[in-house]
Design a protein around this ligand. Structure first.
Ligand code: FDA
Length: 503
């Protein structure tokens, strides 16, 4: 692969000659180009005119169109970026930090879902959203099965499953990536490979290491999990004046050790800690657990706090605004679009009460403050060995912290971005170190970007961000990259470099 010096027409003509119908290829000059580009951009920071945009968007309707995009891209020096749901925090599925001629392969038309009720499995194409998957599984199984993945129903299956993926079922059933049984990938040669054909190292790599480094994942076979007819959700705000600091301090110890059918997360905003929970059972079974194991919250709970529902009803409850219905989770554009800055941390040792006090009185009291979201780990997610998938944040992790800030005015956000960065710096002594761990699906380019040497991303250069996301699994990811894409065709600012000369 050599970067493009060819005429742009060559790429386009190659696509046509390879059977990609003209209406599926959008040039920048086409009136439909910008609406299609913007259609699934979640982070509005990357809608600005200064963002490096693709030269073409290809919207494949079958596998051969994806193969043609890759083969023509390589032949004519055009890189491709793959977009499924467009939720990447740094916009890497449709934009570039550096000037570059590239095409986006937008998979949103490839979103078929086939549920095999008998075997509790499903095949899902990457362009489906989590909401579409959850809905199809609930329908086909009469609400008896679900899939353990993220809370926001508009997330794309392609990016989410390949980057890990966790939500309310994580303590009972682990990550989305832990429940992948097979996948179909178009590699840099344009070949269509299933699990057997891609080999176990590549199959290992795309379950948490990010699909974009290895090819285009067309579809996934997933294991579905049983859910009871009734689940219980609650959302209880506790203010600082009412004991939030003690409750959060205690939560750190109890939430990762709860029975695996109880998930209690905390959102810290302003002077309030809001405890949100999903319990795989009834309110009658939940209340004694809360009162015995987490008195700071349990003793103030009563039946009116509980909302009993089916699991599929819990999806809009957690992932959408008040009043959203189960049908609303099928709306691919329902999510509120904002300008955002996010990053993440992991905590292996509970943070002292005094620190929580200064977080509330200092950081969360600022006018530009955002939100801290604490998701408890333990149980199933901790039961998987660290090397079983690229996702290494397993046994010993108490919880994940996500720092979130958003704003709604173009060109604004300087104070909000600074808040995230300064709070991240402040948290250093209290979170994991050497490496300071981060969650790959909460991508943050502040952690580092690839260094390209000799037209290949450098393995050594990638360590700075790679070991934060993957710890020791970074090296094995680079080895897998070496076997499937040694020339580094599938590349972005945080793609896995080939191990190459570092072998
Ligand atoms: P997008 O299409 O932007 O792709 C993300 C990355 O994956 C890009 O690098 C892209 O190239 C690559 N990619 C996408 N499809 C591919 C394919 N088919 N083959 C190869 N590479 C592919 N996470 C979580 O674990 N739990 C949660 O609850 C949430 N909640 C949440 C809410 C909101 C509002 C946002 C914006 C994000 C989250 N996330 C999350 C993070 C989310 O899991 C993460 O951003 C996913 O990568 C998004 O996947 P998409 O396909 O939507 O993104």
């Amino acid at each position: 692969f050599t970067p493009s010096h060819a005429s742009p027409d060559d790429f386009r003509q190659c696509l046509t000659a390879s059977g990609v119908p003209c209406p599926l290829v959008y040039e920048q000059s086409s009136p439909s180009f910008t609406p299609l580009l913007l259609s699934s951009i979640m982070n509005q920071r990357f809608t600005a005119n200064t963002t490096v945009r693709p030269r073409w968007i290809i919207a494949p309707t079958n596998a051969s169109h994806v193969q043609a995009a890759v083969v023509c891209g390589r032949r004519h020096g055009v890189r491709i970026r793959v977009r499924s749901g467009g939720h990447d925090y740094e916009g890497l599925s449709y934009s570039s930090r550096r000037p570059e001629t590239f095409a986006v392969v937008d998979l949103s038309s490839l979103r078929a879902i086939h549920v095999d009720r008998q075997n509790s499995t499903a095949w899902v194409e990457s362009g489906a959203t989590l909401g579409e998957l959850y809905y199809a599984v609930a329908q086909a199984s009469g609400n008896q099965l679900a899939f353990p993945a993220g809370l926001c129903p508009t997330i794309g299956v392609g990016g989410h499953l390949s980057g890990g993926g966790f939500g309310t079922l994580l303590r009972k059933h682990g990550l989305a990536a832990d429940n992948v049984l097979d996948a179909v990938l178009v590699d840099a040669m344009g070949r269509v490979l299933d699990r057997d054909a891609m080999g176990e190292d590549v199959f290992w790599a795309i379950r948490g290491g990010g699909g974009e480094s290895f090819g285009v994942v067309l579809s996934w076979q997933v294991r579905l999990v049983p859910v009871p007819p009734t689940v219980t959700a609650f959302r209880i705000p506790v203010t600082v004046d009412d004991g939030a600091i003690d409750a959060v301090t205690r939560w750190q110890e109890v939430a990762p050790a709860f029975p695996d059918d109880l998930f209690v997360r905390v959102l810290l905003q302003n002077q309030t800690a809001t405890f949100e929970a999903l319990f795989l059972g009834t309110c009658d079974a939940l209340l004694p657990v809360m009162r015995c194991r987490f008195r700071e919250l349990g003793m103030r709970m009563n039946r009116t706090d509980c909302q009993e529902m089916t699991w599929i009803q819990s999806v809009p409850y957690f992932g959408m605004g008040a009043g959203a219905t189960v049908e609303d989770i099928l709306n691919r554009t329902a999510a509120t679009k904002a300008y955002t800055k996010m990053t993440s941390d992991y905590v292996r040792q509970a943070i002292h009460r005094d620190t929580w006090e200064s977080i509330f009185s200092g950081w969360l009291a600022k006018p530009e403050a955002g939100i801290m979201i604490l998701d408890p780990y333990g149980a199933a997610i901790a039961g998987v060995p660290e090397a079983a998938t690229p996702f290494p944040h397993r046994a010993g992790v108490l919880y994940n912290i996500q720092y979130v800030n958003l704003w709604f005015v173009a060109g604004g956000g300087a104070a909000q971005m600074r808040w995230v960065r300064d709070l991240y710096a402040f948290m250093e002594p209290y979170v994991t170190s050497s490496p300071r761990e981060a969650y790959f699906n909460y991508r943050d380019l502040d952690l580092g970007e690839n260094v390209v040497a000799g037209n290949v991303s450098s393995y050594e250069g990638g360590k700075v961000w790679g070991e934060k996301y993957f710890r020791d699994n970074y090296r094995r990811l680079a080895a897998a990259k070496d076997t499937i894409d040694p020339e580094d065709y599938f590349r972005n600012e945080q793609s896995i470099p080939p191990l190459g000369a570092s072998k």
